[in-house]
Design a protein around this ligand. Structure first.
Ligand code: ADP
Ligand code: MG
Length: 325
């Protein structure tokens, strides 16, 4: 099983940013509203994620670290209609197989917290009492310490940290109601406060996409036929190009040519040559879309691609029509 874990780790754990992704998604799945991410040396020394989510019960700590142990999939239909981020049940097992992992957690019911420690091949987990408020802290130290070839593939601390920062931007835009704090070597680098008002939302968008975009972007809000498209597109009057292209499908950031094409076409039809920046969220019946289950890819396949394309196109056309009048 250890070898299997390490092979799986190759798929899940490419670099520190992929560990941050898996752990933060777990925190979100656990209902956390505050998530702290502390990074040391680009994540090669330490990645620590602290959340105020549901926590993991003492008797489930060992299970959480074992392969294919997930608390999230209960039927095949769940799998098909997956909305929750995590469902493979191998992230923690994979991460612990290539690092020294400490998991400290307390559920609402427990009066004290418990801590489990797993190190590389020493999957025998020791559980000791600990001090911790409700929620979980997961520390991943010395990533790839036992797979030196992979450790050598890590880039500079700065580059690895940038990957983490960029990934967090995407999630910060998708989950505006969550507070995220990102630190590097003991210094707070980003603080995204929970955004519950229009002004706070604009602040968060300014933090990620720049002030000019946040102040001038056109609002997209279109709901029809079980489909919803919402978000912002750059105003044609805003000259600042920042290469901000975020497209979320059911809360998941995806790369899709369809949306790029629809956005460009809408702008071209109104005589604008720029490829605008955008932050757009499409929500639809999960049965209408296949999400590639490969953890590192961000691809989707719409069952009715043409229809979705035209839906986006028309939504943007009507937004542009309003300002051109
Ligand atoms: P998956 O997320 O695919 O279920 P993981 O290996 O990422 O698999 O996590 C295993 C299990 O550990 C989860 O199903 C969940 O029950 C538990 N878990 C992991 N992280 C947290 C967390 N931050 N808070 C609460 N439970 C967690
Ligand atoms: Mg997970």
């Amino acid at each position: 099983p250890q070898l299997a874990n390490q092979i799986a780790a190759g798929e899940v754990v490419e670099r520190p940013a992929s560990v941050v992704k898996e752990l933060v998604e777990n925190s979100l799945d656990a209902g956390a509203t505050k998530i702290e991410i502390d990074i040391e040396k680009g994540g090669s020394k330490l990645i620590r994620i602290r959340d105020n989510g549901s926590g993991i019960a003492k008797e489930e700590l060992t299970l959480a670290l074992s392969r294919h142990a997930t608390s999230k999939v209960h039927s095949l239909d769940d799998l098909e209609a997956i909305l929750s981020f995590g469902f493979r049940g191998e992230a923690l097992a994979s991460v612990s197989s290539v690092s020294r992992l400490t998991l400290t957690s307390r559920t609402e019911k427990q009066s004290e917290a418990w801590q489990a420690f797993a190190e590389g091949s020493q999957m025998a987990v020791k559980i000791v009492p600990a001090a911790h408020p409700q929620g979980s802290t997961i520390e991943v130290a010395d990533i790839f310490f036992n797979t030196p070839a992979r450790r050598r593939f890590l880039k500079s601390d700065k580059t690895e940290f940038t990957h983490i920062d960029e990934w967090l931007k995407r999630i910060a835009l998708a989950r505006t109601e969550i507070q995220f704090v990102l630190s590097h070597n003991g210094k707070v680098v980003r603080k995204y406060r929970a955004a519950n008002t229009e002004i706070q939302l604009q602040q968060r968008i300014a933090q990620v996409c720049g002030k000019s975009f946040a102040e001038q972007a056109l609002t997209v809000a279109c709901e029809h036929d079980g489909l919803s498209l919402s978000g912002y597109i750059q105003s044609p009057n805003d000259p600042v190009q920042t290469d901000t292209h975020y497209f979320y499908v059911n809360g998941r950031l995806v790369r899709d040519r369809l949306v790029n094409h629809a956005v460009k076409q809408a702008f071209n039809e109104f005589g604008y040559q720029l490829t605008p920046n955008f932050v757009l969220k499409l929500d639809l019946d999960p049965h209408q879309v296949d999400v590639n289950v490969h953890p590192a890819k961000h691809e989707v396949r719409f069952h009715q691609a043409r229809y979705i394309h035209d839906y986006i196109l028309q939504a943007l056309q009507s937004v542009l029509a309003q300002i051109t009048q």
